[in-house]
Design a protein around this ligand. Structure first.
Ligand SMILES: [Fe+2]
Length: 408
């Protein structure tokens, strides 16, 4: 049996945890684990007699069970029969999680097994010492089998969290597709890897994304700090030009002091090379200058269905460039692309990216579902950027126009 210091058993009603995992709890207790039981309701609907009588009986039974395990016991006092699994409940549950406990969520009535799973608590935003890995992928829509292969490969990479760069499903307004195209294929990975999604065009501005994920801020644009990484998420399907609410927010966020790595994630790339679409000149015009002004190290985008890593791109000599990644090989059909001066690597392949981050250096690779590495790279937080390239100005971003070719 594994060596488990702390165990947190969570049940909807008194005795749920003991009925579902009593033998395991007893074994863990005998091996010295500290056990905490968290019971969401007092089970007043689940015993004969009046509600008060039932409540007294069930609380006494739960207390006796806890005593026999020398467990700490907490009730959350929600009304039996009216427990809602929502963000408020998750937040309340999280207050009881300390350290890295083994969490048991047994189902006393049988049914589908949901674990046991385990998780690692996040690094604090001021943790400047601990190196860690995170993953990136996008455009998971339309082909659940392919999405599952990519998601399973992410799980094998064991990142602390993964970015999901939009177009999670083909038709955002179709609630059922969130299960069939996203959550079921990503289930094994999602049990261990927290996901940080952004809106794509296929989400159709639906509320399902913000309802189904517990996201900071308004769920469309928000900042997330993890160790020495700050990730700013944008929704480029909503206005981001001069005068827009999102732009005002972004300027404030970019101006906030931050010494670590600074990344942005959003769906449509400013310097895409897709044969059909070319670059998104509006993003290049309105957002790239802000990224450069505030030292954004890299942007993570999707939308064009392939893998791409750019050289560091600046608008003027002397500026520190921003690297653009396109990671849109999560399952949607692959797109053809063109070569361009700013491309460092690109390949039409289903894939995810992993990034191993330390304060001064980041190493990364793009990996296909069968484990083939299609790109490796190193980025330095400071110092020279030997491959720096200057993007065309004005309605910049369209290298084809700069080369005298006609944009599509
Ligand atoms: Fe898209």
């Amino acid at each position: 049996m594994m060596n488990v210091k702390q165990v947190l058993g969570i049940g909807a009603h008194p005795d749920d945890v003991e009925l579902g995992a009593g033998a395991l709890l007893s074994l863990l207790h005998s091996q010295g684990s500290e056990i905490t039981l968290l019971v969401v309701s007092k089970g007043e609907l689940g015993a004969p007699g009046t509600k008060d009588e039932a409540l007294t009986t069930r609380v006494a039974e739960q207390q006796a069970a806890a005593d026999s395990l020398r467990a700490r016991l907490f009730f959350m006092n929600q009304r039996d029969g009216y427990i809602r699994f929502d963000a408020d409940l998750v937040q309340s549950l999280e207050r009881f999680v300390e350290g890295d406990p083994l969490i048991l969520l047994p189902s006393p009535e049988g049914g589908e097994s949901i674990g046991p799973y385990y998780f690692t608590t996040a690094l604090a935003a001021d943790d400047r010492k601990t190196p860690f890995r995170f993953a990136v992928y996008g455009d998971t829509r339309s082909f659940p089998d392919r999405h599952k292969q990519v998601a399973d490969a992410i799980l094998r990479s064991r990142p602390r969290f993964t970015l999901v760069l939009g177009d999670l499903v083909a038709t955002g307004s179709d609630r059922a597709s969130w299960d069939t195209e996203f959550f079921r294929p990503a289930r094994a990975m999602g049990a261990y890897v927290p996901m940080l999604p952004c809106y794509g065009n296929h989400e159709q501005n639906t509320r399902y994304l913000t309802n189904l994920f517990d996201l900071p801020g308004n769920g469309h644009w928000f900042t997330f700090d993890y160790g020495y990484v700050r990730i700013i998420t944008l929704d480029v399907e909503q206005p981001y030009g001069p005068g827009s609410e999102q732009r005002k927010w972004l300027k404030k966020e970019l101006a906030r002091k931050w010494k670590g790595w600074l990344f942005c994630q959003f769906h449509e790339p400013p310097y895409g090379t897709c044969f059909w679409r070319g670059p998104n000149r509006a993003v290049a015009m309105h957002l790239v200058p802000l990224f450069l002004e505030h030292g954004v190290d890299a942007i993570f985008c999707a939308h064009d269905h392939y893998y791409m890593r750019s050289k560091p791109i600046a608008l003027e000599e002397g500026q520190r460039g921003t690297v653009q990644f396109i990671s849109a090989g999560g399952g949607a059909p692959l797109d053809p692309f063109e070569d361009a001066p700013h491309v460092a690597a690109q390949k039409a392949a289903f894939h995810h990216i992993v990034l191993d981050v330390s304060p001064e250096q980041l190493t990364g690779k793009a990996i296909t579902p069968d484990g083939k590495v299609i790109d490796t790279f190193v980025m330095k937080k400071h110092g020279e950027q030997p491959e720096l390239i200057i993007a065309p100005k004005g309605r910049h971003g369209d290298w084809r126009k700069a080369q005298g070719r006609r944009p599509r």
